[in-house]
Write a protein that binds this ligand. Sequence first.
Ligand SMILES: *Cc1c(COP(=O)(O)O)cnc(C)c1O
Length: 216
Amino acid sequence: MSVDLQAYAQLIQELQPRGVTLIAVSKTKPVADILELYAAGQRDFGENYVQELCDKQTQLPPDIRWHFIGHLQRNKVKYIAPFVHLIHGVDSESLLSEINKQAIKNNRVIDCLLQMHIAQEETKFGLDEQELGELYPKLNNYRNARVVGLMGMASFTANAKLIRSEFQTLHQTFQTFQTFQTLQTLSMGMSSDFRIAVEAGSNLVRIGSLLFGARS
Ligand SMILES: *Cc1c(COP(=O)(O)O)cnc(C)c1O
């Protein structure tokens, strides 16, 4: 068996009482694995690649809530716009504008998270506080791309102290901006750092390898 159902049960037990939503990150994993977790009750799944997400979506039950958690190119928004539940990685106004346009075409409101750059690495995508402050007053122009929260990834490091401080910083930003607009979702935490993230105020964690095993 490739899915760790025991780890799944433990995660649910740990997260549910704290009001934390679990996204099962199924990128590179086969449809059969997703179905196994679906049968155990999981409905929120996360994918990073548009083509892969679209392939899986057509083969799997319609009540799955699909989260796009990767870096989204503007010209690919149209493929996921008909069905995506939440887009986690919005880091520019032009992407938000395109999501809004495609949402209108599909007669939907698509929920989005703004991705914040909190890690020390240069390679991670996301906005800094200043960019967030500049984008914020314009959010009302995009009524069909509804910003419901923030997302961030901590540095890839074993230094728990650093990870904690990065998550705390993001939580602080979340609280600051919550006073201007209702934000519900703070997406932070993966297999290796979700406990730190939950302690720091996350209410949505994105977990792959802990459930599905390591990716090749
Ligand atoms: C792959 C991925 C995850 C899951 O990572 P694991 O370490 O396997 O839990 C979470 N968030 C994002 C953005 C990812 O790309």
